[in-house]
Design a protein around this ligand. Structure first.
Ligand code: SF4
Ligand code: SF4
Length: 442
């Protein structure tokens, strides 16, 4: 794609990077076929190629984005299916990230929308506040019926977004899990020592996931540390275009993780929420121009592994038998497209004795995508219903996924139990049965 940036514009490293990405695009349109918003809405401007043109024009003209541009960029899930499909290696992720930052800086959203986005950016990364907000949302849930429905409205209002938020509030919250600063020694000889990301929403909604990871790792000789003073990884605010907040969180985490690595040694930083893993693996890129943090950020990205990536390099103990338990493996976009981790989770589950089935149209997002299911509730629920219908064709006993966002999103559309991959692996190798899993075998 031909670009027309001036030399002065190209002196900005972000614009130089955008120029490189844009020039790689040959406008072939292969990416449109796998883009969930194009598949649903059929509008070229809701396809990756259409958005690339919009971003190009916005950056070249260096003017505040128009309402139309914002609408189509906001509808992008950042699922990155387009990156998997693109034959030219266009790094759409870094381009759309830049567009979101530009929109946040230069576009004045209507006040109620601004307030809602700021509220999400403030509450979600803070587990204490998030827990409180979930309790309040649960109490206010009956009010959701009074608010306008989101169905068939791809241009949501603040009220329809609040309705979606209330409907998503869980009916109960589990007790809090272990706190930062906890160390879980390896059982038997210590073979490795890792940090486990505590996550922000996940530690409130499903602390059982990290508990299963800790149980599995320690039983296999790995010491697990929950690093003190760790923060939200920044993914939530990063996807809202709040760059300063996201980078401040990245720097704070790099400091505490590398401090822990220098004190006690760390072989890896493990992540059980793939949306977070994708962003932490990108810290090296995000902080490449920060002379104080660039090298440290690259080191942290290098040390970061999805839990299934790490486990696939270990020898797990012989599995218990689970009869013919059928697992529908839902491949989270952040894991399959963002991190290219596709085979490890399925191979681990198969080796652990489960019958693993791929979900038809597995490349399409379930509609979770961070705060997307709140900010774009109609598109999100269409994608969820499509995903759930595809899963139902497999008649599974359980759905496994590697991302809490997907698990919460799918749970709104199916009664089939949904667990994290690591919960099944822990159970299969001697740990506790995942909560809520119907017993077909011990
Ligand atoms: S597939 Fe790649 S090269 Fe083709 S239009 Fe999409 S982003 Fe551009
Ligand atoms: S990230 Fe997903 S929704 Fe956005 S353009 Fe690419 S395929 Fe479409």
């Amino acid at each position: 794609m031909k670009t027309e940036f001036t030399l002065a514009q190209l002196a900005d490293p972000d614009i130089a990077q955008a120029d490189k990405i844009l020039r790689a695009c040959v406008h072939c349109g292969f990416c449109t076929a796998t883009c969930p918003t194009y598949v649903l809405l059929g509008d070229e401007l809701d396809s990756p190629r259409g958005r690339i043109y919009l971003i190009k024009e916005m950056l070249e003209k260096d003017k505040p984005p128009t309402k139309e541009v914002v609408k189509h960029i906001d509808r992008c899930l950042s699922c990155l299916a387009c990156m998997t499909t693109c034959p030219s290696g266009v790094n759409y992720m870094h381009l759309v990230d830049q567009a979101r930052v530009r929109i946040d800086r230069d576009y004045i959203r209507p006040l109620p929308e601004r307030l809602l986005r700021d509220l999400l950016a403030f509450v979600l990364p803070r587990p204490g506040l998030f827990r409180l907000s979930m309790t309040m949302a649960r109490l206010a849930r009956p009010l959701a019926a009074l608010l306008p429905s989101t169905k068939g409205k791809p241009n949501p209002t603040v009220f329809s977004r609040v309705r979606a938020m209330l409907q998503m509030a869980p009916t109960s919250l589990p007790a809090a899990g272990p706190q930062g600063g906890s160390v879980f020694p390896a059982q038997g000889p210590r073979l490795a020592r890792v940090a486990l990301l505590q996550g922000c929403a996940q530690q409130v909604l499903a602390p059982r996931i990290n508990q299963a990871a800790i149980s599995l790792l320690t039983r296999h000789g790995v010491e697990v540390v929950l690093v003190r003073d760790e923060q939200c990884c920044g993914a939530l605010t990063h996807h809202l275009g709040h760059e300063h907040d996201a980078l401040a969180r990245a720097r704070a985490n790099i400091a505490v993780w590398l401090g822990e690595a220098d004190r006690g040694g760390l072989d890896a930083i493990l992540v059980t929420t793939s949306g977070c893993g994708t962003v932490i693996k990108d810290y090296g890129y995000l902080l490449r121009e920060d002379k104080d943090f660039a090298a440290a950020a690259a080191r942290v990205s290098e040390m970061t592994r999805d839990i299934t990536e790490y486990l696939s390099g270990m020898t797990l103990s012989a599995p218990r038998q689970h009869g013919d338990m059928v697992v529908a493996y839902h491949s989270a976009c952040s894991l399959q497209h963002g991190q290219k981790v596709t085979l490890a989770p399925k191979e681990l589950l198969s080796k652990s004795g489960f019958v693993v089935k791929d979900v038809p149209e597995s490349h399409l997002c379930c509609g979770s995508a961070g705060t997307y299911n709140i900010l774009q509730p109609d598109i999100a629920s269409q994608l969820r219903d499509r995903k759930v219908a595809n899963i139902a064709t497999l008649r599974p006993d359980v759905i496994a996924a590697g991302n809490i966002g997907c698990m919460m999103q799918l749970s709104g559309g199916t009664s089939t139990p949904i667990v994290h991959t690591v919960e099944l692996l822990d159970w299969a190798t001697g740990g506790a049965r995942p909560e809520g899993l119907v017993s077909r075998a011990s």
